[in-house]
Design a protein around this ligand. Structure first.
Ligand code: SF4
Length: 703
């Protein structure tokens, strides 16, 4: 608790801006950017600067546990004892009858590291199943696989401080001007001060990021790999590659070269819908730069070829030797504030804590020993989409959903609705009744939100920050770690009697000792007194590591980075047909966050993009007899959406765009973009294909 002010970190995106929280004379909090914070240096975007409204307004908050004894009865208020006794008795009986793989946890990249760690320890170590996955599966799991295959471990080599040292940015599959605004502001400022800095944006839409760029490659969706390979070929042909780096610090170049030479730049231009001269220009800018940074987010990751897109892009950093040196490197942007922290503690169905591998017997044994359990199952758990498919098919009986709203955010929402109805027991642990998913819960548990609990998070550049408790949670809401630990003890598990989140963090830090993400010399005291640290922090007086691979020794067995050749170069998951001739891509708008459970209650954040609209190219609008402002009906084989049309040449012909934020609670279920999206996933990362669903568009006529 505080008298005047506390310092913390923004709870929205993975940029991880520092925030100063103060109280006014009415005891209401307000926020300011932290001028001393290395990430934002006092700046905040519209979402961050309005965070206090979210905390001060508790009208939507879940205030006490609610439970229903059967689906035919309404939920009623119960005590915490009654709620968690019921949860433990249902989980015990389901596990006894159907085995541990019949239960699962679905958590969130907004969970704090301690929460993520405890939920994983509980599930993988004690419940005996790996059925724990996260909504971060939806935004960055393809990048995780890409890094592991290229560098040997899930390790982002770069820092924000590299932005001011770079002279070339390739921003692809991302619109940081809207979705990572403060990071983009740093790029803008850098360019303002250094006009020679070149920015290339790859996107089917003319976004604000693209409008600021020196070169916009407006490619057709799903053709990214062809484009990166063509850039690679041009770099090679012009001799703009780093022979020494390739020879001494990489492997697999021969196969890569073979692939990039299998398609001419001319043919690539046709396939991608990008002028040949622009592909050449992009390659020349990259090849002649001293510091080249590639940045990407969902546009690459959310695809059936998401891993392949990552690999093809990472190959551009290898071919140019732009890794591990100042102002260079591949830099995936995490969407959520603690997606990176979740990766550190193994917060996915196929991962183990501290970057250990679930498929490695020795790693499983080490983790089991650390937690004092007999074994960790070698069976990968259900990933996000698989978990809901398993609920639908009856393989999974009970699910515990914490801090996420799958009914709006997962693809093909009608199937998610069916799965939640089909489940024997649904627990929803969240802060707000504004989540559509709450309506399907048999048990609702009120969680403490941002500023109401303490813990840590890690941003996109591996920067760990401590978030203090600053205000009391409303009603009977409790911190998530307390809820998980209480439940674990009621299940009869030992090792969950922590006195504080700090004890959990200390245990996690101990576990990292000797690994590549070693933070064993970090603790709450250091984070409180010395500020943020970028992992690893492997020695007592170590101040953190801003850049990985400066020694050009990678985490692969050979210590060399690996050129991986994509085994599929085009997204062909759905081909346009006469019935569904357009490709739908979904994404985010500037002032809203996820499913709007928080930003949706701040009226000033609604002015920028008040309602969802369909962006459609003028040619497609003409062909489909749609005018600007018409209510359109968008159909896919999965469902229907009705929203107004925005006719704009900002989107490529053949492609339409819908924002993903709106759900039933907020407007109508006909605004929900994920009614339409397909259920395909990348075979390696299991990340859904949100950017590639074929649809039809017509003017809506009232029956
Ligand atoms: Fe928060 Fe991201 Fe905005 Fe920074 S850029 S204030 S972290 S939402």
């Amino acid at each position: 608790m505080f008298n005047n002010e506390v310092k913390t970190t923004c709870s929205y995106c993975g940029v991880g801006c520092g925030i100063v929280v103060k109280k006014d004379i009415n005891n209401k909090i307000f926020v300011e950017g932290d001028k001393d914070h290395p990430v934002n240096k006092g700046m905040l975007c519209s979402k961050g600067m309005n965070l206090h409204y979210v905390v001060n307004d508790i009208s939507d908050r879940i205030l006490y546990p609610e439970m229903r004894w059967s689906r035919s009865h309404p939920r009623e208020r119960v005590s915490w004892d009654a709620a968690l006794d019921r949860a433990s008795s249902v989980f015990k009986s389901v596990i006894k009858k159907y085995g541990p793989d019949s239960v699962g946890f679905y958590v969130s990249g907004q969970s704090l590291t301690e929460e993520y760690y405890i939920a994983n320890k509980l599930t993988k170590g004690f419940l005996g199943t790996n059925n724990i996955d996260t909504n971060s599966r939806l935004c960055m799991s393809s990048a995780v696989v890409g890094y592991k295959k290229t560098f040997g471990e899930d390790s982002v080599p770069t820092s924000y401080e590299d932005i001011e040292l770079a002279d070339c940015f390739l921003i692809t599959g991302a619109n940081p001007a809207w979705c990572h605004p403060i990071l983009f502001r740093r790029i803008e400022k850098h360019k303002e001060q250094n006009p020679d800095v070149q920015i290339i944006v790859v996107d089917p839409r003319k976004t604000d990021s693209a409008n600021f760029a020196d070169l916009h490659l407006q490619l057709l969706p799903g053709t990214d790999i062809i484009l990166y390979n063509a850039i690679g070929r041009r770099l090679f042909e012009r001799g703009l590659i780093d022979d020494d780096f390739i020879k001494n610090h990489t492997e697999g170049f021969k196969d890569y070269k073979e692939q990039i030479f299998s398609v001419s730049v001319k043919k690539a231009s046709k396939l991608c819908g990008v002028p040949e001269k622009d592909i050449r220009k992009a390659a020349d800018i990259i090849g002649l730069s001293k510091g080249f940074i590639s940045m990407w987010a969902m546009g690459l990751n959310q695809s059936v070829v998401g891993v392949n897109k990552n690999l093809a892009l990472l190959n551009l950093s290898l071919i140019t030797g732009q890794v591990g040196k100042p102002g260079s490197g591949p830099f995936s942007l995490t969407g959520q504030p603690n997606a990176m922290g979740g990766r550190e503690v193994g917060g996915m169905a196929n991962l183990l804590a501290v970057h250990k591998d679930l498929q490695n017997e020795e790693h499983r044994r080490e983790v089991a020993q650390f937690w004092g359990v007999d074994r960790i199952s070698d069976k990968p758990g259900y990933t996000a989409t698989e978990m809901f498919e398993a609920l639908e098919s009856g393989k999974l009986k009970a699910v515990w959903i914490a801090c996420t709203n799958p009914l709006v955010s997962l693809p093909n929402t009608h199937r998610i609705e069916k799965a939640l109805k089909q489940a024997k027991f649904v627990v929803v642990q969240d802060i707000s009744h504004r989540s559509d998913t709450v309506a399907y819960a048999d048990l609702v548990l009120p969680a403490a939100g941002w500023l109401e609990k303490e813990g840590t998070m890690t941003n996109s550049e591996r920067r760990i920050s401590y978030l203090p408790k600053a205000v009391n949670a409303p009603g009977e809401a409790r911190p998530d770690v307390e809820i998980f630990c209480d439940f674990a003890q009621r299940m009869g598990f030992r090792g969950f009697n922590y006195n504080s989140a700090e004890e959990i963090y200390d245990e996690y830090c101990e576990m990292t000792k000797g690994t590549n993400i070693d933070v064993s010399y970090l603790n709450y005291d250091r984070l409180k007194n010395e500020g943020t640290f970028q992992w690893p922090v492997p020695e007592y007086r170590h101040s953190g590591t801003s850049r990985l691979f400066a020694d050009k020794k990678f985490y692969t067995p050979s210590q060399k980075a690996v050129f991986n050749v994509p085994d599929q170069v085009l997204n062909t998951s759905e081909m346009p047909t006469e019935d569904f001739p357009l490709i739908l891509t979904t994404g985010r708008v500037r002032d809203q966050w996820h499913t709007m459970t928080r930003t949706g209650k701040v009226s000033r954040l609604k002015t920028h993009y008040p309602t969802p609209v369909l962006e459609i190219n003028p040619v497609d609008a003409y062909l489909n007899k749609v005018k600007d402002g018409d209510i359109t009906e968008i159909k896919s084989k999965n469902g229907v959406v009705r929203v107004r049309a925005k006719v704009t040449d900002a989107i490529k012909k053949g492609v339409v765009f819908l924002p993903m934020h709106w759900g039933k609670q907020l407007q109508s279920d006909l605004n929900r973009a994920n009614n339409l999206t397909n259920t395909h996933v990348d075979p390696q990362s299991k990340e859904p294909d949100f950017k590639f669903t074929t649809v039809s568009v017509s003017k809506y006529k009232k029956p």
